[in-house]
Design a protein around this ligand. Sequence first.
Ligand code: SAM
Length: 265
Amino acid sequence: MTSGPPTAADRTLNADVRWDDFDPHQYVGHNYLVMQAVDEEIVTLVRDHFSDHFEGGDRVPRGIDVGAGPNLYPAFSMLPWCDSITLLERSAQNRRYLLGQRDGDDAHQRDGYDAHWDPFWKVLCGRKGYADLDDPRERFKKVVEDPIEGSLFELCGAKPGWDVGTMFFVAESITTSLEEFQRGVHCFMHALKPGAPFATAFMEHSQGYRVGDIEFPARDIDTNDVRTALGDFVESTVDIQRLHTSDLVRDGYTGMILARGRRKE
Ligand SMILES: C[S@@+](CC[C@H](N)C(=O)[O-])C[C@H]1O[C@@H](n2cnc3c(N)ncnc32)[C@H](O)[C@@H]1O
């Protein structure tokens, strides 16, 4: 892997990558089979952000997880708070994985998502809105829509339509281009209605990552880049932090960054 800013020679744009080759099982095996301390920290912080915003109020109609990939915990974090959840994902293999997790697998007598996702749900149950849901698998089946084939960048062309949103390890992990990273963040924020709460996570100073035998690109960014990209889209109360427990389970980066806030009115 190279280090430092990308040169013209190793510049990889989002459209250059064969996203259908992304192997969800390899990715899950490396990242989510066992809950890492940093993911526990993220889930806790996102849980508290959404609980503080929604507790005691009515459910909102629509949530979205952008670049969902084979990660269920962003959708989990929205389960109590909205009537439906959109999963937007570019890779066919990842969409298939998500559908299989929602619907279960009769052949393996699995009703709903795999048991290794349960610890993530357990962390969420530290707050009432989540703990009050008796059967998270049933709720996941009911609320999560069929994953949508599409690109984050297309969200910029549509009317803001979502009441809550998440985007984890996407804008900086799908390109080496600063312009595409910034546009990715803009398009995510654009999709949210004014006042909508959101949470978005980033790899800090990532030099790219490997899933199975395949290298995927990343843009090397830091908290200042995140702040700049969020810019005028967010209320001034936005919280952007480097996580304490970045245990470097994923390769070639220096930490993780989490931004929590609300889309500006
Ligand atoms: C590093 S993975 C992150 C997956 C997941 N959100 C997580 O938290 O682990 C990046 C994801 O972005 C998806 N992706 C790549 N380009 C995209 C695009 N233009 N629009 C939406 N998703 C995209 C990839 O297929 C992959 O699932």
